[in-house]
Design a protein around this ligand. Structure first.
Ligand code: FE2
Length: 516
């Protein structure tokens, strides 16, 4: 929030995580009695890097996971290891704000989630860990603004869908240079697909992950992407999952292929997948899984500027429709009754200028049938139309709703209509579907437009559609949200050139989005 291009922040970015020197390493953080004794740990114990997330005005979650042998279960001894952490107001740790010790337990994959409080709002902090005689890289994070703060600006990067096998995560190198205050990741952090040699990189293992150790190894491989690791180390993330963190197109306790996975086997798989997800994400203890359940829908406040409602569109949904009629069945739910009440309550009683909804999947209509009639994707909100339409009717009474989505592996930026069946109905909000970091790889743009442009007449609410890999960047101020579609020229090689494909704006008090 504010000062996104201040010299301090820029200097840190150029120095990066390598800034940590021998002097810092020699410092004793804690009195000898409080320091970790125990077994010395192998080199490379911080191989998975560091991260932070879910910023509060006075707090942040600091994350790491000890894993000297990351692709083979972690390689840690079967014992709890104390991990020291400290967080400071400067990158040289001269003004330490808080320090403590967190346990890295074998049953949690030796992950560490330090939920630090007592910090000051709206400012950067630097943090690091120490375990078994080894020091982690230094990370930078940022607290949310004071609850009463009305001014300033907030820079959010929207990312989703990083398939290791489809490409390198090159958009993160550009995102790092753009220096967002917070990264919002709306799902498909890993893909559960089997290893294949068809793409530029190959998944570890021999098949789809099913057990906890297999999911751990998959997350560990993804975290080894240097651009992803650097982005985690330089800004707080707010994450939610979609389907591929578990199984393609799962819904509630129903897998993609119920004929191949029994209910019991899939419930055990959910538990393993959620446990590994928690272990690798910078989230609070509220997200510690309870068997095959995990609490992920939640709200984050950025002063009175923006309220961020993070949805869970997987755990509580009914199974996907299989035809047009099913998609219009009023019994279909995406959110479940409790989450729906929670969302509407949070939207109607919001103190914020901008009400952001992080939805894993696209909310605006996609009519795939040229001319008369409609054809929808049943996994997206189009497959749950009665609930979607009811929500959009509520949007008419909400202050500046903006939906931020993923899943589609395309940039699709739309006006949200009160009723997509009625071309004359009001625009009630805006939606940004933030393409993918790497999923689907480099696309032939001409072929994409030849296929999709003819559908624009049937989908007049679409403002931009595009098939480049990348992410969306938002500068949120009281008067407007200024958005950029940032795209890379390739994910097939580890380095790429990035550019702004287009700029858009959502004006305060004017629902919808326009290119500028
Ligand atoms: Fe995806």
């Amino acid at each position: 929030m504010t000062g996104t291009s201040s010299p301090d922040r820029r200097r840190f970015l150029t120095a990066g995580a390598a800034v940590l020197g021998a002097t810092a390493a020699a410092q004793l953080w804690l009195p000898a009695a409080a320091r970790a004794a125990g077994t010395p740990l192998p080199e490379n114990v911080f191989s998975l890097g560091i991260a932070s997330g879910d910023p509060l005005p006075d707090g942040i979650v600091l994350w790491t996971r000890l894993a000297p042998d990351p692709l083979h279960g972690g390689g840690m001894p079967d014992e709890t290891v104390p991990v020291e952490w400290e967080i400071a107001e400067d990158e040289r740790f001269r003004r330490v704000a808080r320090r403590g010790v967190a346990p890295a337990r074998p049953e949690s994959g030796h992950s560490v989630h330090a939920d630090v409080r007592g910090l000051r709002p709206g400012r950067p902090y630097w943090y690091r860990f120490r375990a078994g005689g080894h020091l982690s890289p230094v990370g930078r994070t940022r607290t949310a603004p004071h609850r009463a703060a009305t001014g300033g600006s907030l820079r959010i990067a929207l990312a989703s869908c990083q398939n290791w096998q489809h490409g390198y995560f090159t958009p993160y190198a550009d995102m790092l240079a753009q220096d967002p205050d917070v990264v919002l990741f709306v799902g498909d952090y890993i893909y559960e697909s089997t290893p294949s040699s068809a793409g530029p990189r190959r998944h570890e293992g021999t098949g789809e992950p099913v057990t906890l150790e297999q999911y751990r190894n998959r997350y560990a491989q993804y975290r080894s992407d240097p651009d992803l690791a650097a982005m985690h180390a330089n800004a707080p993330w707010v994450v939610t999952f979609d389907d591929h963190e578990v199984d393609n197109d799962w819904a509630g306790e129903i897998p993609q292929d119920p004929d191949k996975q029994s209910h019991d086997a899939f419930v055990a798989r959910l538990a393993a997948a959620f446990q590994a997800y928690y272990e690798h994400m910078p989230v609070r203890a509220t997200a510690v899984p309870d068997g095959p359940h995990i609490q992920m829908y939640r709200r984050l406040e950025f002063g009175r500027l923006a309220r961020l409602n993070v949805l869970d569109t997987r755990q509580f949904r009914t199974d996907q429709a299989t035809g047009q009629e099913g998609a219009q069945d009023p019994a279909m739910t995406m959110l479940g009754a409790r989450q729906k009440r929670w969302l509407l309550d949070g939207l109607h009683h919001s103190p914020a200028r901008w009400n952001l909804v992080a939805s894993q999947i696209m909310m605006a209509e996609t009519d795939l049938l040229p001319g008369d009639g409609k054809l929808w994707y049943y996994d997206a909100w189009d497959g749950y139309q009665v609930e979607r339409n009811a929500l959009l009717r509520e949007f008419a009474d909400i202050r500046n709703p903006v939906v931020l989505s993923g899943d589609r592996h395309l940039t699709m930026i739309s006006d949200l209509k009160e009723d997509f069946a009625d071309p004359d109905s009001d625009v009630v909000g805006a939606e940004f579907v933030g393409t993918s970091i790497s999923s689907n790889g480099d696309q032939d743009q001409a072929a994409f437009h030849a296929q999709w442009d003819p559908l624009k007449a049937d989908n007049p609410h679409w403002k931009v559609i595009d098939a480049h890999r990348g992410y969306h960047l938002f500068d949120i101020r009281r008067e407007a949200v200024d958005a950029q579609v940032r795209v890379v020229d390739t994910v097939v090689r580890p380095q790429a050139a990035a550019s702004t494909l287009t700029r858009l704006r959502v004006e305060n008090g004017t629902p919808g989005v326009r290119e500028v």
